[in-house]
Design a protein around this ligand. Structure first.
Ligand code: AMP
Length: 400
C-alpha cells in the first residue's frame, strides 16, 4: 500500500522549510481568535523542523479577502504562535513583496517567519505558477500540513510542488495523520464498520453515501437528509427538508443497501416544530405521523435508542454530519446523544466535517474520539473516494 511521503522521510537538517499550514481560525469582531485548535495542531511539524536546526517560513490563508485587507491579516495568528512556540515569530507585511523577500532571505537557524495571508495574492486560488515560483524561492524544502485545503488546487498547495523534487517535498505530521485516518480507514476497517451520516442535504453527501455503501456493514442516516429517504419509503414528511429531485436516487440507495446486505437505519421518530426557531413549540412524533405543516428538526429519543443499538457492536465508526439542527439547543439532543454513544463505543471512531466536530466539542466528547478531522470539505472528498489535488502531488512511498 502506498502512502504519502512524510517529513520524517526527508533530510531537512539545517534547511529552510516552507510549511503550508491551515491557520484559517475563527475570530470575533475584535479579531480575537476564538478557537486556536488549528494553530495548535501545526505545532508538532514546526517543532520538528526547529529541532532539526531549520528555519521555517509559515504560510496560510485566512478567510476570503478580496485583495489586501487588514481584517484578514495573520498578525493575530503570529501572536498566538509566538506564545505557543515560546519564541519570536517574525511576520512579513506581505506575501511575496519586498518585505517577505528580505525577511525570508535573512532567516537564521531557529527563526520562524509567517508570511501574510496567501489570499492577499489573487493568484493563490488560481493556482498561479508565478506566485508558486516566488513562494518556492523562499525555501529548500516544501511541507504541506494544511489538510483543510488539500481538496483545492491552489498555488501554495499544488503549483508550488512543481518547484521541489521528490526528496524535498512531503506531508507534515497533521496532514499525514488526516490521510491515514480518513483514507486508510476506508481501505481496511475492522468490522463491523458503521457509517453515521447526517447534515442538511442528500445532494451534499450523495457521492459519499455511494462510496461508503460497498464498504460498510451498517449506515445510519439522520439530519435533514433523512427526510428525502423517508419520502422515498413513502412517508409523509410535512414541511421537513426534502430534495424532491433526489427521492428516486434515495430509493436506489436503499435498494442497493439491501442488495449489499448493508443494514440501513433511518429515524423512527423525530422532534418536530412548525418553525425553524428556538422559541417554537415542539412535538415528538413517529416518522409515520409527521403532521401537515410541521417539520422534523432533530431525531427523537426512540431513534437515538435504535441508533445506539446499531452502534453497540461497531469496531469502526465514521461520523459525518449532525443528526439535527444542533445550533439550536432544542434540536441538539439527538446529535449530542449520538456523539456520546460514538465516544463510548469500543471502536476506532473518526469524526469528519466542521459541524460534526462542533457537536463533539459541545458534547464534551472530543477527547474520547480516536480522530477528529480538521478539514470539512477535504475529509468529505476523501470519503467520496476522491484523490485530493494537494495530496496527489506529494510523492508516495511504498509501505508493503
Ligand atoms: P451539512 O453542511 O450538510 O453537513 O449540514 C449541516 C447542517 O445541517 C447544520 O447546520 C444543521 O443545522 C443542518 N440540519 C441538520 N438536521 C436538519 C434538519 N432536520 N432540518 C434542517 N437542517 C438540518
Amino acid at each position: 500500500m502506498s502512502t504519502v511521503k512524510s517529513i520524517r522521510d526527508l533530510n531537512i537538517e539545517g534547511k529552510k522549510v516552507f510549511i503550508r499550514c491551515d491557520f484559517n481560525v475563527p475570530m470575533d469582531e475584535f479579531l480575537n481568535i476564538t478557537d486556536d485548535r488549528r494553530i495548535r495542531s501545526a505545532i508538532p511539524t514546526i517543532k520538528y523542523c526547529l529541532d532539526h536546526n531549520c528555519s521555517v517560513v509559515l504560510t496560510s490563508h485566512l478567510g476570503r479577502p478580496k485583495g489586501v485587507d487588514s481584517k484578514f491579516s495573520l498578525k493575530p495568528v503570529a501572536k498566538r504562535l509566538n506564545r505557543l512556540l515560546d519564541r519570536e515569530v517574525i511576520i512579513a507585511d506581505d506575501v511575496i513583496g519586498q518585505d517577505a523577500k528580505n525577511k525570508a532571505e535573512n532567516l537564521k537557524t531557529g527563526d520562524v517567519l509567517l508570511l501574510e495571508n496567501l489570499r492577499f495574492e489573487s493568484g493563490e486560488t488560481k493556482n498561479d505558477e508565478n506566485l508558486a515560483k516566488e513562494l518556492a524561492s523562499f525555501a529548500n524544502v516544501y511541507i504541506n500540513d494544511a489538510f483543510g485545503v488539500c481538496h483545492r488546487a491552489h498555488s501554495s498547495v499544488e503549483a508550488i510542488t512543481r518547484f521541489f523534487d521528490n526528496e524535498h517535498k512531503a506531508a507534515g505530521f497533521l496532514l499525514q495523520k488526516e490521510i491515514e485516518f480518513s483514507q486508510n480507514l476506508l481501505k481496511k476497517p475492522t468490522r463491523p464498520f458503521v457509517a453515521v451520516v447526517g447534515g442538511s442535504k442528500v445532494s451534499g453527501k450523495l457521492q459519499a453515501l455511494n462510496n461508503l455503501l460497498p464498504k460498510v456493514d451498517k449506515i445510519i442516516v439522520g439530519g435533514g437528509m433523512a427526510f428525502t429517504f423517508l419520502k422515498a419509503r413513502g412517508y409523509e414528511v410535512g414541511n421537513s427538508l426534502v430534495e424532491d429531485d433526489l427521492v428516486e436516487e434515495a430509493y436506489k440507495i436503499i435498494q442497493k443497501a439491501k442488495e449489499l446486505k448493508v443494514k440501513f437505519y433511518l429515524p423512527v421518530d423525530i422532534v418536530a416544530a412548525q418553525t425553524f426557531s428556538a422559541d417554537s413549540v415542539i412535538k415528538f412524533v413517529t416518522t409515520q405521523e409527521i403532521p401537515k405543516g410541521w417539520m422534523g428538526l432533530d431525531i427523537g429519543p426512540a431513534s437515538v435508542r435504535v441508533f445506539k443499538e446499531a452502534l453497540s457492536d461497531a469496531q469502526t465508526i465514521l461520523w459525518n454530519g449532525p443528526m439535527g439542527v444542533f445550533e439550536i439547543d432544542k434540536f441538539s439532543k439527538g446529535s449530542i446523544k449520538i456523539s456520546h454513544a460514538i465516544a463510548e463505543a469500543h471502536a476506532t471512531t473518526v469524526v469528519g466535517g466542521g459541524d460534526t466536530a462542533d457537536v463533539v466539542n459541545r458534547a464534551g466528547d472530543a477527547d474520547e474520539m480516536t480522530f477528529i478531522s480538521t478539514g470539512g470539505g477535504a475529509s468529505l472528498e476523501l470519503i467520496e473516494g476522491k484523490e485530493l489535488p494537494g495530496v496527489k502531488v506529494l510523492t508516495t512511498r511504498d509501505d508493503t
